[in-house]
Structure formats: structure tokens, C-alpha cells
Design a protein around this ligand. Structure first.
Ligand SMILES: [Fe+2]
Length: 418
């Protein structure tokens, strides 16, 4: 095989290696360093360096046999960058007599001291990405026209690599900025939701903090059911907002200290559908929040409202909010009645599982509470919401354990309305 053919194959192989190196997802500096070594190896050069242009500065990215000191002394003006676009190779050869490159002429002596023989710009999309400094060939020969072509091709590859890296950095910066903005929006959204919840509760003087607690109970149940963090956050929001429709219901009806009549009751029962109307046009970061509000008074047996949906027609999120809502109603005092005992509440949950509540949801809630009672969970969030005196009964753990067993037993379907 002829020497020139061998050289061509060698160069071609080096370019392929270089392409792979540049396209790889590895460390940027390592990529430039390996690329430079490939370049030096292909032409058997003694030394070389790759520097990035950052405004008027040249920053060393990789160097071999060239001291970093030289880069501290180099700067390049806009006009000098322009020279690279129009200059000839001979302008950038240190050994030739002063050419038209002001940049090379300015530092010719310094380059000679460092035994730099050739300066090559990396131009990508008409922009100077940086420069490559190359030393002499180990053989002492001058650069041949073939060498120049090889060097040009490889330098262009490295330039594209650096350019791509910069683009990726910009994309990463943008992505980070977007993430931060998105996080800010979510924070604003959450704060808005909480003030909404406070506004809802303020309208109903007997149910202070109800929406907030329903949000928290819903979140605890969903987490116990193995939902993802995003879904858990979504249902918490749904809990906070489940009664938002009450904002359009007459305050006197909401606050009536007596059993309301049929007309008043139908007015009050408008609130889930009204809530849906309020929430549906909002672009929530979580799915189904309007539907959870709309269906939080539906029952598995179809006797709920507003649509009388049955079991599998009711979204699971609405079933969770429904239980959280009822549990909070049973365990807080109202002006016309005291809250019910825990034993009584457990009885209610057992009796109404399969007709009003979904047994799986009730079981999940009972499991979460049992973990707290047994001291198995880090925080005692449900216990705190119920107040320290509420779960004093030593039977609490047993009541919960029995409820869980009953609801998860094979025969539990027998209690279903179906
Ligand atoms: Fe409600």
C-alpha cells in the first residue's frame, strides 16, 4: 500500500474516532483533551493546545507541552477575530514573515518561545469558537498541504464539538431557568389554593380549617395507597378546594344552626357542580381536580349527588376526598352537635363501606392511622388534627385493626350494594 494511501486511511480513522469522541456524552474537557491528542498523534506533533474564545479572552481547555501561562497573556479583539475569516494559512504560520494577521503578529515572539508553529481558528457558523495552537512535527518536517487539510478537518470537528457543548450548556441553563420559573408558579399556585381554602372556610363559621384538614387527610390516604408524589400533591389541592362551590351558596344556608329544609338543601347541594364550574377553566398542574370537587358527594350505591354515579363511575380521587370530608365532619364539633366518639366513627365507616365509601379507601386511611397509633410512622399527622384527647381509648388500635381485617377480608364484597 502506498504511503499516501496509508496516511489517508490513518487520517480517516482519526477523524472517525474524533467524531465519536465529540458525539459522546462524556465530560467536555475530556472530549477536547482526547480530540487534541488524536490531532497531535495523527500528525506526530510535539505540542498543542485548544483554547475557547470567551469574548476577548482565550481560555485553555486542553494543552499538551504548552504552558497555561501563555493564555493569561493572550487577548483577541473583534477585528482580529475577523482576520481569521479572511486570512490564509500562511498568515497563521509563526515561521513566515509578518502576514496580515494582527493577532499573530502581536504575539509572534511569544508563540515562537513556546514553540508554537501554527495557529488555527475554530470557526463554526461564522463565529470564532476558539483557536488551536500547534507545535512543530516531531520529524522536523514542514507542514505539507495534506497536513493542512487534515488539520483543518480535525480542527473543524473540535470546533463543532465546543460549539455543541456551548449550545447544550445554554439549553441546560434555559431548562434550569424554566424549572425555577415553574417551581415559582407552583408555589404561587399552592399559596393561592390555600388562601382559597381559607376563604371557603371563612364563609362557614362552624367548619374552621375544614378544607385544610380534608386536603391533608386526602394526601395521607393517597400516599398510603401508593400514589406518586405528584398525584399526592394533586389530591391535597383537590381536598383544599373540594367545597369551593360553597362560595356561590347563600351564607345563611351554609351557617344555618338548624336542620335546613328541602329547598335550602337543594341550594346547598349545588356546591359540587358549582365548584366544578369554578375550577374547570383553570389550568391546574395536576389532573382531575375539578372532577374530584364535582364528585365528592357521590356514593358507591348511586344515592349521592350531583349525578348519582355508581362505584366505578366515580373517580378514585373523589372517593378519597369524600371519605376525608366525611371523616372530618364526624370528628369535629358543630354548633348543633358534638363530634362522635372514635368507636362510633369506626362503626360508621364499617357500615357504610361499599355503599357510601370505597372499602379500599377506608382501609388505607385506617392503615395510615394505625401506623400512627402504633408509633410506626415518623409524623403523627392524623392524631394531631384530631387533637390529643381524641384517641385516648386503648381500644383504638384494635378497632382499626379489626376494621382493616374486615375490609380486606375475602367476604367483604358481600357487604357491597351490588
Ligand atoms: Fe362538600
Amino acid at each position: 500500500m502506498e504511503l499516501s494511501t496509508q496516511k489517508l486511511i490513518h487520517t480517516f480513522g482519526a477523524l472517525a474516532d474524533l467524531g465519536q469522541e465529540i458525539a459522546g456524552r462524556g465530560d467536555f474537557t475530556e472530549m477536547v483533551r482526547t480530540s487534541m491528542h488524536l490531532l497531535l498523534g495523527t500528525l506526530a506533533l510535539r505540542r498543542g493546545a485548544v483554547a475557547e474564545c470567551v469574548e476577548s479572552e482565550l481560555r485553555s481547555v486542553a494543552s499538551w507541552g504548552v504552558t497555561d501561562q501563555i493564555f493569561k497573556e493572550l487577548s483577541i479583539s473583534c477585528e482580529e477575530k475577523q482576520e481569521f475569516h479572511t486570512g490564509q494559512v500562511s498568515d497563521f504560520l509563526i515561521s513566515s514573515s509578518p502576514g496580515s494577521s494582527n493577532f499573530v503578529n502581536r504575539y509572534r515572539q511569544k508563540f515562537a518561545q513556546e514553540e508554537i508553529a501554527l495557529i488555527l481558528p475554530m470557526i463554526v457558523r461564522d463565529e470564532i469558537t476558539g483557536v488551536v495552537l500547534l507545535g512543530r512535527k516531531a520529524s522536523g518536517e514542514e507542514f505539507s498541504p495534506d497536513d493542512f487539510e487534515t488539520v483543518h478537518a480535525m480542527v473543524r470537528h473540535i470546533g463543532v464539538g465546543i460549539h455543541t457543548h456551548r449550545l447544550l450548556e445554554q439549553v441546560a441553563e434555559r431548562a434550569e431557568e424554566n424549572r425555577r420559573l415553574y417551581e415559582e408558579l407552583r408555589t404561587i399556585y399552592r399559596a393561592t389554593v390555600r388562601s382559597f381554602a381559607a376563604a371557603i372556610d371563612a364563609k362557614d363559621k362552624y367548619t374552621q380549617g375544614h378544607s385544610e384538614r380534608v386536603g391533608r387527610y386526602s394526601e395521607i390516604i393517597a400516599r398510603e395507597m401508593g400514589w406518586s408524589e405528584d398525584e399526592v400533591e394533586g389530591i391535597q389541592i383537590a381536598g383544599y378546594l373540594h367545597d369551593v362551590g360553597k362560595l356561590v351558596v347563600d351564607r345563611d344556608i351554609i351557617n344555618a344552626p338548624y336542620n335546613i329544609n328541602a329547598k335550602e338543601s337543594s341550594e346547598l347541594n349545588r356546591h359540587p357542580a358549582a365548584g366544578y364550574e369554578i375550577l374547570a377553566p383553570i389550568n391546574h398542574p395536576y389532573a382531575d381536580i375539578p372532577l374530584m370537587a364535582k364528585y365528592h358527594h357521590e356514593r358507591l350505591d348511586g344515592r349521592g349527588y350531583p349525578e348519582g354515579l355508581r362505584d366505578e363511575q366515580i373517580p378514585i380521587g373523589a372517593k378519597i376526598v369524600s371519605l376525608a370530608d366525611s371523616f372530618d365532619a364526624m370528628t369535629t364539633d358543630r354548633p348543633y352537635r358534638r363530634r362522635r366518639s372514635f368507636e362510633d366513627v369506626v362503626r360508621d365507616l364499617r357500615e357504610n363501606s361499599g355503599t357510601q365509601f370505597d372499602g379500599k379507601v377506608v382501609a388505607a386511611f385506617a392503615r395510615a392511622l394505625l401506623k400512627e397509633v402504633k408509633g410506626e410512622s415518623k409524623e403523627r399527622r392524623i392524631t394531631k388534627m384530631l387533637g390529643k384527647d381524641y384517641l385516648q381509648d386503648e381500644n383504638v388500635a384494635m378497632l382499626l385493626a379489626d376494621l382493616i381485617t374486615d375490609l380486606t377480608a375475602v367476604g367483604s364484597a358481600a357487604r357491597s350494594y351490588k
